[in-house]
Design a protein. Structure first.
Length: 496
């Protein structure tokens, strides 16, 4: 896209939809579910990993944080590579690598081997993720695109919430001594079947066709450095990373500013940027939606770690029982996310506002119950509140994906989706560092009062959700998301 061209920033749609598109979507959703599940599934297995590999708590930290780090680093460059070389090719390559590195992680003889395998696995997951949203942009239009994004949003929400459940079930089935290996090995049969089906069902979606000339390698370096500088102190928070590495935030801001200036220069020269900053400044709804998603994941991601600690350490639940306690959230989210994909075209941003109000009501009720009820009954007593929060959450993630990406040109769908998910990964990393920090700080200050600690932490989550609600209301009042049809050519922007 040249810098002085008048461009319609809307995804185009094929004249004749591919008849395999829904089957292809389900294959990509299974692969996406696997990669996102691996963000949270290992949390319940860390103690058994530590014992099995005879290492320290700090040694197993990189099993979680390393995956999150390389996942976030890969998203935007991988999205741009998909734009340039074709989404099908990138999807198949990333899925094959993810299966390979999952096998390496499960077979790890030492903690060093496991950490390296998780870094590589996170890189493959980051390569895979932006192809999902980009393929939806390519294969669907109009009402179908909203439905497809609804299913994708359900996948994102459910994979995050069910990680502890699946992890606990695997440990219960295979035993804690070696069960942690099957958390990784389970990806092999699923991934291989998905790879075979993807080869047959996903059509050859063309990229921008620019090959190596279309890749902004300077932009890759600047953005990668900025994301690394922001994420590294956060993923090292439990071992004092925030205190030791605070200066990386300053470096990250400087690199981020340099990235924006460089990308503007690339556009002025008529070349293809890694991430066209006009997506943020000129594409209706993109900046608001990206901000909403990033802040929402601050509260959404960290809360599951805190709840697992409360139920397992505070109440003595097994990992499986702890996971089943929060299962109503996943069930509610699965139902409403798929439904929300159908409703977003009619209700737009109002649907997100409604969902956030319901999430706040659900988590608020859960906080009160966890603080006041007897521990012997609280596990099942919060089920209705968690179900309510899950229903609200499904009306947040998938409609926001649809509204954020609906005005993005198809040929930029990979990089746009990668940038959106990078914000979510950063938000999730902040949440998984900050919320457990609040929990343990209150726990220490209250003399090991777990009920006070969990209620206080959920109160912080509610504050974060109120900020998200303010963003959604601001977008609604700005007039975006009140009407229009996802994916239809309604926005015409002049790029100077």
């Amino acid at each position: 896209m040249s810098g002085d061209a008048s461009t319609t920033t809307v995804p185009g749609a094929p004249d004749e939809p591919d008849p395999r598109r829904w089957k292809a979507l389900w294959v990509t959703l299974v692969a996406g579910f696997m990669s996102l599940l691996d963000v949270s599934i290992v949390a319940v297995a860390l103690p058994s990993m530590q014992r099995g590999l005879e290492t320290s708590p700090g040694g197993v930290q990189w099993v979680v944080s390393g995956y999150a780090l390389t996942f976030g680093l890969a998203l935007v460059p991988a999205g741009r590579l998909g734009d340039a070389f074709g989404r099908r090719r990138m999807f198949l390559t990333a899925l094959a690598l993810f299966v390979l590195f999952s096998a390496a992680a499960g077979a790890a003889p030492t903690i060093e081997w496991l950490a390296a395998a998780r870094l590589a696995q996170g890189l493959a997951a980051g390569m895979l993720a932006p192809q999902n949203s980009a393929l939806i942009q390519n294969l669907f239009s109009g009402d179908e695109r909203g439905r497809a994004f609804g299913l994708f949003g359900a996948t994102v929400g459910i994979s995050t919430a069910t990680g502890p459940i699946v992890g606990g079930a695997i440990l219960g089935l295979f035993g804690e001594a070696e069960g942690w290996r099957w958390i990784f090995f389970v990806n092999l049969p699923i991934g291989i079947v998905a790879l075979v089906l993807a080869t047959r069902l996903i059509p050859s979606v063309p990229g921008a066709g620019e090959g190596h000339r279309g890749i902004d390698w300077v932009g890759v370096g600047l953005l990668g450095g900025a994301v690394l500088a922001v994420l590294l102190p956060l993923v090292q928070a439990e071992s004092g990373g925030l205190g030791r590495l605070w200066w990386l935030f300053v470096l990250g801001a400087a690199l981020g500013g340099a990235f924006v200036l460089w990308e503007r220069r690339v556009v002025r020269r008529g070349a293809e940027p890694l991430l066209d900053v006009r997506l943020i400044t000129s594409t209706p709804g993109y900046a608001w939606g990206a901000a909403l998603g990033a802040v929402y994941f601050v509260g959404f991601s960290g809360v599951w770690i805190v709840l697992a600690q409360f139920f397992q350490s505070g109440l003595g639940y097994t990992p499986l029982r702890s996971g089943l306690t929060v299962a109503p959230f996943a069930l509610g989210s699965a139902f409403s996310a798929a439904w929300g994909g159908r409703l977003v075209e009619r209700h737009g941003r109002r649907l997100t506002v409604f969902g956030l109000v319901v999430v706040i009501a659900g988590f608020g009720t859960a906080a009160v119950l966890l603080r006041t009820l007897d521990p012997s009954v609280v596990g099942w007593a919060i089920a209705p509140a968690m179900l309510l929060a899950g229903i609200g959450g499904g009306f947040v993630i998938s409609p926001n994906l649809t509204m954020t990406l609906r005005a993005v040109p198809v040929r930029m769908a990979g990089s746009a989706g990668g940038a959106l998910q990078t914000g979510q990964r950063i938000g999730a990393t902040i949440g998984t560092a900050a919320l457990p920090g609040v929990f343990y700080a209150v726990l220490a200050a209250s003399g090991q009062d777990y009920r006070t600690a969990i209620a206080s932490t959920l109160a912080v989550t509610l504050v974060v959700l109120l900020v998200v609600l303010a963003i959604a209301v601001a977008d609604l009042r700005a007039g975006r998301g009140r009407h229009g049809h996802p994916g239809e050519p309604q926005y015409h922007l002049q790029y100077d």
